[in-house]
Design a protein around this ligand. Structure first.
Ligand SMILES: N[C@@H](CCC(=O)N[C@@H](CS)C(=O)NCC(=O)O)C(=O)O
Length: 203
């Protein structure tokens, strides 16, 4: 059975949320999200950078959240969580699935690192200011895209919403102001009311 290495508030939420939406059985191993544990030989064996998430699927170790999501979907091909392979809708779906980690997350991570995760002496205020400006642009694009839609691909909830939903969960956690982004606020309200989201985030 697929084992998910998980810690609250981390990207492993994406994996648990996906598995809950699919109704696929899995084993969740909640680990200590401390530098000491993440850099321990036991954890480096499943994630050589000492991060989360990681999964162990009968000996196959994977540790990049978007890739894990695509792998699980490929093993559950034809699920309701992605458009039909090779269609234009699938192209758009893939774009947003990857946008979540490749474009949306970097400024969010920089804000987190330089406001509370790094030791105070290593925090750089200008990095936070630049990241906030970059994040505003990302949010404006997303807000425009989601306008008039229930989910990022239209009427149907997909795994791209799980990838993006985690980004919005973090924005909410670190209190990124969303006052000017009404469409995003409504979108996140829809996502965060889903039972699988509540289960994955422990709410
Ligand atoms: N691109 C990777 C990023 C993994 C990542 O940065 N994970 C964070 C938790 S959300 C982590 O483990 N950080 C611990 C650290 O950097 O020490 C993914 O999507 O899996």
């Amino acid at each position: 059975m697929l084992k998910v290495y998980h810690a609250p508030n981390t990207r492993s939420i994406r994996v648990v949320w996906l598995l809950e939406e699919l109704g696929v059985p899995y084993e969740k191993q909640t680990v200590d999200f401390s530098p000491a544990y993440l850099q321990s030989p036991a954890h480096l064996a499943v994630h050589p950078l000492g991060k989360l998430p990681a999964v162990d699927d009968d000996g196959l170790i994977l540790n990049e959240s978007g890739a894990i999501v695509q792998y699980i979907l490929a093993k559950n091909a034809g699920s309701h969580l992605e458009p039909k392979l090779g269609t234009p809708a699938y192209g758009k779906y893939l774009q947003w699935l990857h946008f979540a980690e490749a474009t949306f997350m970097p400024p969010v991570s920089q804000i987190i690192q330089h406001t509370f995760r790094k030791p105070e002496a290593e925090r750089v205020a200008s990095v936070v200011a630049d990241a906030q400006a970059a994040l505003k642009k990302v949010l404006a694009v997303l807000d425009g895209e989601i306008s008039g839609k229930n989910f990022i691909c239209g009427d149907d909830f997909t795994a791209a919403d799980i990838m993006l939903g985690y980004d919005l969960y973090l924005c909410n956690l670190i209190r990124v102001p969303l006052d000017n982004f009404d469409n995003i606020r409504d979108y996140y309200a829809r996502l965060s009311a889903r039972p699988a989201f509540l289960k994955a985030t422990g709410k």
